[in-house]
Design a protein around this ligand. Structure first.
Ligand SMILES: Cc1cc2nc3c(=O)[nH]c(=O)nc-3n(C[C@H](O)[C@H](O)[C@H](O)COP(=O)(O)OP(=O)(O)OC[C@H]3O[C@@H](n4cnc5c(N)ncnc54)[C@H](O)[C@@H]3O)c2cc1C
Length: 323
């Protein structure tokens, strides 16, 4: 079968979900187009290391073309998807309209600010390399500014970093901030002592890492406390203003806030706008959006989805060959 007569699969997003879908479907007689608005795949689990200057961006990103170079039936497009026309089976990007027989939407998730979009400017999330570099900039500048001010005679109050959200990202980030302030920066400043830095982790629920067992939550909290992180559970943030985080009515003075809360799935937004999304794949999502998205869009497990796609594609390919 030549590439033109093969069923066309468009995969939106080259995160873990999109790449896995494309690589597994590539073994079938299909022509696949992977569309991503970035030319690189980001290994998100290590973003916090970039945010805290432990790794450079190049160490956690790889070109999408390079990853998929071995699959001759996969084409990669650097374009942004703007819309879909499900009736006509097209994907509308900023550059063109792409036709498809099968559509995989794996566009990831974005941060949910619990109805407070204005917090984003003051407390950036951590989803992309750009976010990580922005957090790194704010963290390092906070130390630099404190050094300059104390050298100029301003009283030496310890720096305070607040991390909102005790999920996997928040706990990792709080722990790493503690490590860099206690160890990495230990001898690098003359007027301030980075080891005095206060790191506060605020979690609205009764324990950190709520998706895991209670035993693991307890151990994680103990480890964080050993590192010098102040863990405050059942602390719901009600406001974020420059230099201040409000917990209920109590203000907490801070230098850098990092928001690490629940995420919202982009495909969910799309699926509620359009009546039906063909497939949504988002794997390895620890914070809940994965199972939720699959249930709403497809009411099936990931394996079941792959099986259904594979069977349908094989059936269609068989029909086309028979003609
Ligand atoms: C800081 C952090 C730490 C984590 N740690 C862990 C961990 O330790 N273990 C674990 O299992 N999971 C971890 N996760 C979760 C895991 O990384 C994510 O669940 C996973 O990356 C989601 O993959 P995805 O393919 O659904 O989305 P993403 O990886 O977000 O990929 C979505 C892709 O779609 C593209 N895209 C989005 N919109 C458009 C558009 N309109 N047009 C074109 N392209 C678009 C994006 O550019 C991106 O490349 C972590 C996540 C974060 C943020």
């Amino acid at each position: 079968m030549d590439s033109k007569s093969r069923p066309r699969v468009v995969v939106v997003g080259a995160g873990f979900g999109g790449l896995t879908a494309a690589q597994r479907l590539a073994h079938l007689p299909v022509q696949i187009t992977v569309v991503d608005r970035k030319n690189h795949h980001t290994f998100q689990p290590l973003l916090y290391q970039v945010a805290t200057a432990g790794l450079s961006p190049g160490e956690i990103a790889a070109p999408i073309r390079w990853i998929l170079r071995g699959h001759t039936n996969i084409e990669v497009l650097l374009e942004e998807v703007r819309d879909f026309n499900l009736k006509e089976r097209t994907v509308i990007t900023n550059e063109q309209v792409l036709g498809y027989d099968y559509l995989v939407i794996a566009s990831g998730a974005s941060h949910a600010y619990f109805g407070h979009p204005e917090w984003e400017r003051l407390a950036p999330g951590l989803k992309t390399i750009e976010d990580a570099l922005e957090i790194r900039r704010r963290v390092l500048l906070a130390f630099e500014l404190a050094e300059r001010q104390v050298a100029a005679g301003v009283p030496d109050f310890p720096l305070t970093f607040v991390v909102v959200g005790g999920g996997p990202t928040g706990t990792e980030l709080a722990g790493t901030l503690a490590e860099i302030s206690r160890h990495v920066l230990a001898n690098e400043f003359r007027s301030i002592d980075p080891a005095r830095t206060k790191i506060v982790l605020l979690e609205g629920g009764p324990r950190v890492l709520p998706a895991y067992s209670e035993d693991l939550s307890r151990k994680a909290q103990e480890q964080l406390e050993r590192l010098g992180v102040e863990v405050r559970t059942s602390n719901i943030v009600t406001g974020i203003e420059p230099g201040v985080v409000l917990v209920g009515k109590t203000p907490l003075i801070t230098n850098v806030v990092r928001l690490s809360c629940r995420r919202e799935t982009r495909a969910l937004r799309w699926s509620s706008e359009h009546s039906k999304i063909t497939i949504f794949v988002s794997l390895w999502n620890l914070e809940g959006s994965w199972s939720c998205s699959l249930a709403i869009c497809a009411k099936a497990s990931a394996e079941e989805l792959f099986r259904r796609v594979r069977d349908t594609i094989l059936r269609t390919a068989g029909r086309k060959e028979a003609r």
